[in-house]
Write a protein that binds this ligand. Structure first.
Ligand SMILES: Cc1cc2nc3c(=O)[nH]c(=O)nc-3n(C[C@H](O)[C@H](O)[C@H](O)COP(=O)(O)OP(=O)(O)OC[C@H]3O[C@@H](n4cnc5c(N)ncnc54)[C@H](O)[C@@H]3O)c2cc1C
Length: 429
């Protein structure tokens, strides 16, 4: 009997287990291991829990409490501490050892704790787990002074939830703009202005130097910035980036860099050992190089591909396409593919500061390779489609260089016509 062992019961692990059940032999044993004391849940549902749109059960990935047992998937709560890839064994922190025939590493990532003196004070939390969310629900009461450290992807997502709870929100970001790893200067600056207009105090180019308890208010802290400013906070939420959970793989022989290195089948350098989700460093669609694309749709897709291969089928990924869609206090922004452009590429841009609208297209040859948009939701699917299909735009590219808002017309022209020529002839509408 083949034993498939899955470490990590987040979206990647759950989808892999279910895929295995569908495609592996009915006799095969499947074990899904998670270290959190919760049913498998979706971190991306946490903001909705904080807003009050759903309760905790609403974050659970599968609603029936007997879902996994019904499928014959064994569940185990334990934390893997060592992998012996050659001996095909995993050791857990509680001393148990489990053998496997195939192994999936789907252990996700963990928030980074910046090396700030005093950051372990009471009142400082991440917003990563259901346990974190419970603490934030307790403390983020209307009027509470909340300081968010970091304005990256997760930081921007949770701002909406915090604002909805009626807190006084300040954000400290060490980059020169908001979402610096996903948005260029113009887009990041526009998002900052939008947040300020909504009453959030945003400090960019700012670093937290230290934190110290407020002796007059239990659980509150003073946050000292490098500038010398001091911000009082009843709750600090640390959203300063994440790192893949790979430390338990040390000495296993499984190749890692930032994450676990995988090929297009999600297999590591060790046969029958796979990785998927936030922990995996997989091939990037735009660059062909390995990268971590820590978003849930990728985790799900990679979990499915790994599960199929573990079941003996053949499944490949075409590479993870960078897709970042953000709702920051009601302003929708997105960036796709190689949004920062190519050294040999061309670009076009529309900037409408007054109405918080922005569109930036990046081309290489006559193909769209990346895009950034703010406040323009209609084109999101089109941008993604054009980049993902590597559609040739032909002469229509010249139209887009002059007016990027013609992107929908470019897409329609491209789908109706096999070549580039007629794309150009439909321009100018
Ligand atoms: C607040 C928030 C909002 C988000 N919003 C979005 C969004 O809008 N869109 C989007 O695409 N993504 C969003 N994300 C990111 C998304 O949640 C992740 O990309 C996704 O959870 C990755 O799934 P995963 O299965 O790889 O990892 P995880 O969901 O992190 O699951 C991994 C599991 O493995 C466990 N584990 C770790 N180490 C071990 C070990 N040694 N042994 C056993 N188990 C272990 C972990 O505790 C965890 O339970 C959000 C994340 C957060 C925190």
């Amino acid at each position: 009997m083949t034993h498939h062992l899955i470490l990590g019961a987040g979206p990647a692990g759950v989808i892999a287990a279910e895929t295995l059940r569908r495609h592996a032999s009915a006799q095969d044993r499947i074990t899904l291991v998670g270290d959190e004391p919760e049913p498998p849940y979706s971190r991306m549902a946490i903001p909705y829990l904080l807003i009050g749109h759903i309760d905790e059960a609403g974050t659970h990935l599968r609603k029936s409490p007997t879902h996994f047992a019904d499928l014959g998937i064994e569940r185990m709560q334990a934390r893997a501490s060592r992998v012996d890839a050659a001996g095909r064994r995993v050791t857990f922190e509680d001393g148990r050892t489990v053998s496997f025939d195939t192994l999936l590493i789907a252990t996700g990532s963990t928030p980074v704790q910046p090396p700030v003196p005093g950051i372990d004070a009471e009142g400082v939390f991440h917003c990563w787990t259901l346990a974190d969310a419970r603490e934030i629900l307790q403390r983020a009461k209307p009027g509470a002074r909340v300081l968010q450290l970091g304005a990256g992807f997760i930081g921007c997502i949770i701002m909406e939830a915090l604002a909805a709870r009626g807190v006084q929100l300040s954000v400290v970001e060490m980059g020169d703009r908001m979402v610096p790893r996903m948005m260029n200067n113009v887009a990041g600056g526009m998002i900052k202005r939008w947040c300020e207009k909504k009453g959030v105090r945003v400090h960019t180019n700012a670093r937290v130097g230290a934190m110290r308890p407020d002796m007059a208010r239990a659980g509150s802290v003073f946050v000292e910035l490098d500038s010398g400013d001091e911000l009082p906070a009843d709750l600090v939420i640390c959203a300063a980036g994440v790192q893949p959970n790979i430390e338990f793989l040390a000495g296993s022989g499984i190749a890692t860099d930032k994450g676990v290195l995988v090929d297009e089948r999600m297999q590591t350098n060790i046969p029958d050992v796979y990785a998927a989700g936030d922990v995996a460093e997989a091939i990037d669609f735009s660059t062909g190089e390995r990268a971590i694309n820590a978003i849930q749709p990728d985790a799900v897709d990679q979990g499915r591909i790994a599960g199929l291969n573990m079941a003996g089928k053949e499944a490949h990924t075409v590479g993870s396409l960078t897709i970042n869609v953000l709702d920051t206090l009601g302003l929708i922004s997105s960036s796709f593919g190689k949004w920062w452009g190519d050294i040999d590429g061309e670009s076009s841009e529309l900037v409408d500061n007054e109405n918080f609208r922005y569109l930036n297209l990046q081309f290489k040859g006559d193909k769209l390779i990346g895009a950034t948009s703010v406040g323009l939701t209609d084109n999101v699917g089109v941008l993604r489609g054009l980049i993902q299909t590597k559609k040739r735009l032909g002469a229509f590219k010249e139209q887009l260089l002059r007016d990027p808002t013609l992107i929908m017309q470019a897409s329609l022209a491209g789908s109706a016509l096999p070549g580039a020529k007629r794309g150009g002839s439909t321009g100018g509408r």
